[in-house]
Unconditional design. Structure first.
Length: 121
């Protein structure tokens, strides 16, 4: 495999990871904004624990989305450590399913990007 092919694989994994992280952060932010703006008194209807759980899952999505973005940037900046950052992207993307995973598509893209990073030669 030539150097240019390796660089393309790294760039595609990093780019896909970056897109996934951005989508996950947007999904968590939209969910958090939606529930704090339009349903501030949701506790009376479904219970306070459920309302708090939605906010916590939104924050989990934002945090794991940020981890995926950091992993994507470092995957691009440090190509010799792509596999290590791929593991982090894959793990954070899988865990972001707790916070709805950026409308689910962000988490799926992150898992795919993590697998691409892990399988690079």
């Amino acid at each position: 495999m030539s150097v240019s092919n390796i660089k393309v694989e790294i760039s595609s994994a990093a780019g896909l990871s970056l897109a996934a992280g951005i989508i996950i952060v947007i999904g968590g932010s939209v969910s958090s904004f939606w529930h704090t703006t339009f349903f501030p008194q949701m506790g009376w209807m479904m219970g306070q624990q459920f309302a708090s759980g939605i906010i916590v899952s939104s924050l989990v999505g934002i945090v794991f989305g940020a981890v995926v973005i950091v992993g994507a940037v470092l995957m691009y900046k440090k190509p010799l450590q792509t596999r290590q950052w791929g593991v982090i992207v894959l793990t954070a993307s899988a865990l972001s399913f707790v916070g709805m995973g950026g409308f689910m598509i962000g988490a799926i893209l992150g898992v795919i990007a993590g697998v691409i990073a892990l399988t690079k030669s």
